[in-house]
Write a protein that binds this ligand. Sequence first.
Ligand SMILES: [Zn+2]
Length: 237
Amino acid sequence: METHSISYEGVTIEYQLIRKNVKYINLRVNKYSQVMVSAAKHVPFSVIEEFVQSKALWIITHLAEVEKIRQTQPSGAMYHGKTLYFLGEPYLLQIQEGQRQISVGAQTIRMSTMQTDSQGLRAEYLDWLRIQAKTIFTELLEEVYPLAQPYGVPFPQMQIRNMRSIWGSCTVEQKSIRLNLQLMKADRDCIRQVILHELAHFCYPNHNKAFYALLTKWMPNWTACKERLETLYKDGV
Ligand SMILES: [Zn+2]
């Protein structure tokens, strides 16, 4: 078995090539997110390479699907080739050795790091994510706050915490809301929904009819956003 790679729109796709007694060329993605290619002995390498290249989009889609299944596991393992959700979009995580830096491309999140174990990688990623979250959450809070202002809701202090079970919470007496860092996986509407939910608690502490009526007034499609949050982005980073 040999390891080879192709490049597709800036994404490096690694594959394992096995020469064996098959008709021509077979390609599959296994449950460990490995791309397995088997080819007959007489097929020239250039033909195999071209074949894999022609399947690049299919491979990326399948890797994302395998990843989705893997992400239903509680482990937040970080590794090269993992699919990471960032503001509602899937990205392939690319890890390379180098000075600490993270950047977001069209389809990839590139992480340059000296960390080698999953925990260290995760800690660096979450540090970076927290910085992004501060900007994004502040922007969205400022954007939706004018809806709540006429109801006497004070502009709250915002805290960001990496939490397991809740998307947000609020402390009315301290005029503060707390948002889960994990919300950064979700699209902006999902984040707006959580912020508005917390702001509505400044008017109604309980989840009664009046509370939901107010939330619906502020964001008519809030249930769809809530559903996306609970189904698509429930797994931990
Ligand atoms: Zn609530």
